[in-house]
Design a protein around this ligand. Structure first.
Ligand code: ATP
Ligand code: MG
Length: 712
């Protein structure tokens, strides 16, 4: 209705309004800093195109940076134009739109039923389109099957090819809008151009060069210039007011990004109060850091008396392997958490691969571990052979691993099949396992035997894992099969760190006379038990993620916002990342800037002096991005009192547009916090000396091992 339209236009400031009302037929660039309402403007412009210019929702193509961002944009848009119309808008990442379009187009030309057909005859131009779409689709499906995820780059390339070779295919689109344009790469840019070409320049892009975290800086600035050349008459609009963050968060963030002298300075102001000064904390180890994060989250929820909930917190990581220690600390404090854009540590494919082998050594009867490990790396042992092996194990009551070993041995000594002879009464068993399987299981059996030997000789779990990685050449396997192999390899290294931590804790509890460790448990079993305990997640569904602490990477956090943001590992070698050159250094700085500017009312940065990587302890320095200038805007002390002044609480409530809680509610929650917080916190006093403080009454009987753990 016109009233709706009027209401939402009224919620925009002058520059934002100008951008929304800008002539849809003339190309537009909106360039502005974080939190200035770029995404809000983009969403409002979509609504305005539909409500005022009466474009059909399905003729609008809006590109977001992540799936999560698309979901958020849909939520915002639903409020403006309703669910029905929102669902018709073509919205998503470049990849999602490509997939959507390929699907759509396949249907339009009626090839859906037979696109798996390999040889469509080339007869007419129409057939030619069938063939192109068919083969693209086929390859796309194939890559889906191969890696269970799209081959992203290919998909985009096919998209570009399709859009530019078959322009009529794009006639459904009448306006293209792109969010986070600064991170559009060359292929994505070409795709945008191909989709937008038939619209005659109906293009709106929003972006911020300071937040480019992927490509080369020159390329992004290049894309902005390129767009102005390709779409003549493109106008630029700048937004200068930040609505997201408190004044002091903005100051700290700007102090970080403005160290880059080549950057074009921008105005970014806020009318919010300056609020609580961002905190920088230093810890002796990653456990101490993780424990602090967990207890601090709990403390904030308690002391803000209902103004803050679990869902208001985000922990932003430079790389995903850092999540292991944090997940475990949150779990110990019974804080619900969800990993955004990925899996929890112990649910990650590479972790499950390694654990499967170790579980099998510990328990040869554990069929799920066997079916996982036997094809890591792929040994061409198919589902049929596997179920035949499992069947045989069940019928003969011999552990499936042993069945496999016997088959292998029978092959080695050249006897026909000792197992089948032994169980001759099961005459139906013989033909079920193909002879080729005997050869294929060879490397697997050898690996298992080598590991078992090591384990019985008392090798430690970290050594077992190291040896396993060599035996199955796991790093090469990841390189060959996984696009993000580096991140997966880091997770494997983190598993070794975890194993060595477990080993250490076990040794400590041996020293502790109060500790009860039954001596029958091997180190391997203790390790497996510890990893099992760590993987026991809360069984809530995805929809509940609003009530959970978010753990995600800085990259995946782009465009999003949370009341409280915590950034651990703000260290050299992390910000910027190890393999580094000048370009990467700049990118690292911008990444930290992106992470800091996600925060609305509270921002925490932390670093440790020693961090374990792959089981080895490394000395760490605070990130060079925390320069003298940055430090001026950061609080490196935390007050010893754990109470928040009511004024601070009121500010936080104000910035978030929430109601401050009554004191009685705060008192109730604080009491609850004291009761349920099980772990010691490290408090840093004014002299920056770590001091141990009891966080809750439950910790009166702090065991020796816990104290040592913290001292480490
Ligand atoms: P980023 O660069 O991080 O993606 P952005 O420029 O896209 O940031 P938005 O996410 O659109 O910024 O807006 C940031 C926050 O400010 C949102 O919560 C949004 O609702 C709010 N906001 C934007 N403009 C206004 C306004 N005119 N009045 C009130 N709130 C606003
Ligand atoms: Mg945005």
């Amino acid at each position: 209705t016109p009233e709706n339209l009027h209401a939402f236009l009224k919620s925009l400031n002058a520059a934002q309004l100008q951008a929304v009302l800008h002539d849809p037929a003339s190309p537009l660039q909106i360039l502005a800093g974080p939190g200035s309402g770029k995404t809000k403007v983009l969403t409002s412009r979509v609504a305005y195109l539909i409500l005022h210019h009466l474009l059909p929702p399905s003729s609008i193509c809006a590109v977001t940076f992540t799936n999560k961002a698309a979901t958020e944009m849909r939520e915002r848009l639903s409020k403006l134009i309703g669910k029905q119309r929102t669902s018709e808008v073509r919205m998503g990442t470049f990849h999602a739109l490509c997939a959507l379009f390929l699907r759509k187009f396949a249907k339009v030309v009626g090839i859906e039923a037979n696109f798996t057909t390999h040889d469509l005859p080339i007869l007419t131009p129409k057939e030619d389109i069938h063939r192109v779409v068919g083969s693209v689709y086929e390859q796309y499906e194939k890559s889906l099957r191969r890696s269970n995820s799209l081959d992203f780059d290919d998909l985009l390339l096919f998209g570009v090819k399709l859009f530019s070779d078959h322009p009529p295919a794009t006639s459904w689109c009448r306006h293209v809008l792109v969010d986070e344009f600064q991170d559009t790469n060359v292929t994505q840019y070409e795709l945008m151009r191909a989709i937008a070409a038939p619209t005659g320049g109906c293009v709106t892009i929003v972006g911020d060069p300071d937040q480019s975290i992927y490509g080369w800086r020159s390329a992004e600035v290049g894309n902005l210039a390129k767009m102005r050349k390709d779409f003549t008459g493109a106008n630029q609009i700048f937004l200068e007011e930040n609505y997201r963050s408190t004044g002091s968060i903005l100051k700290t963030s700007l102090a970080i990004v403005s160290q880059d002298k080549s950057r074009i300075p921008k105005t970014l102001l806020t009318s919010h109060p300056s609020g609580t000064v961002p905190v920088l904390r230093s810890f002796p180890s990653e456990q101490a850091e993780a424990n602090f994060i967990a207890v601090e989250i709990k403390r904030l929820v308690a002391f803000m008396g209902g103004v803050l909930r679990w869902g208001d917190f985000a922990i932003l990581l430079r790389f995903s392997a850092l999540s292991r220690a944090i997940e475990s600390a949150l779990q110990k404090e019974a804080i619900p958490s969800a990993v955004l854009g990925g899996h929890k540590f112990f649910e990650r494919q590479e972790i499950k691969d390694i654990l499967a082998y170790l579980q099998l050594i510990d328990n040869p009867n554990f069929t799920p571990a066997l079916t996982r490990a036997i094809n890591v790396p792929s040994r061409g042992i198919g589902d049929k052979s596997l179920s035949a092996l499992v069947d045989r194990a069940q019928k003969t009551k011999i552990p499936v691993l042993e069945v496999i070993e016997r088959i292998y041995d029978s092959n080695q000594v050249g006897v026909s099949d000792s197992l089948s002879n032994e169980t001759a009464s099961h005459s139906d068993l013989k033909p079920d396992i193909k002879p080729a399987v005997k050869h294929k299981v060879g490397p697997f059996v050898k690996t298992v035997r080598a590991l078992r030997k090591l384990a019985t000789e008392g090798a430690s779990p970290p050594d077992l894992i190291q040896r396993l990685l060599q035996l199955i050449e796991y790093e090469d396997h990841l390189k060959r099969t996984q696009p993000e192999w580096e991140s997966r390899w880091e997770n494997v290294q983190e598993l070794i760190t975890f194993a060595s931590d477990v080993e250490h804790d076990v040794n400590l509890s041996d020293l502790d006379p109060a500790a009860d460790s039954s001596s029958s448990d091997t180190p391997l079993r203790l390790f497996l038990q510890a990893s099992m305990l760590s993987s026991e997640g809360d069984n809530q569904s995805e929809e509940d993620s609003k009530e959970k602490v978010t753990i995600t990477t800085c990259h995946a956090a782009k465009g999003l916002e949370w009341p409280v943001v915590i950034i651990p590992a703000v260290e050299q070698g992390t910000f910027p990342f190890y393999r580094t050159d000048d370009v990467q250094e700049e990118r690292g700085r911008r990444l930290l800037y992106v992470a800091c500017t996600r925060a609305q009312s509270l921002l925490y940065l932390s670093h440790v002096s020693k961090r374990k990587v792959g089981g080895e302890t490394k000395t760490k320095d605070v990130s060079e991005f925390i320069s003298a200038a940055t430090k001026e805007h950061i609080n490196i002390f935390t007050p010893r009192t754990s109470q928040f002044p009511p004024k601070e609480r009121a500010t936080i409530a104000q910035v978030l547009g929430r109601v401050d809680a009554p004191d009685a509610e705060v008192a109730r929650r604080v009491a609850e916090f004291r009761k349920t917080t099980r772990y010691l916190t490290m408090d840093v006093d004014e002299t920056n000396q770590p001091a141990l403080a009891l966080a809750g009454a439950g910790m009166k009987r702090a065991s020796l091992s816990v104290v040592r753990c913290l001292q480490r």
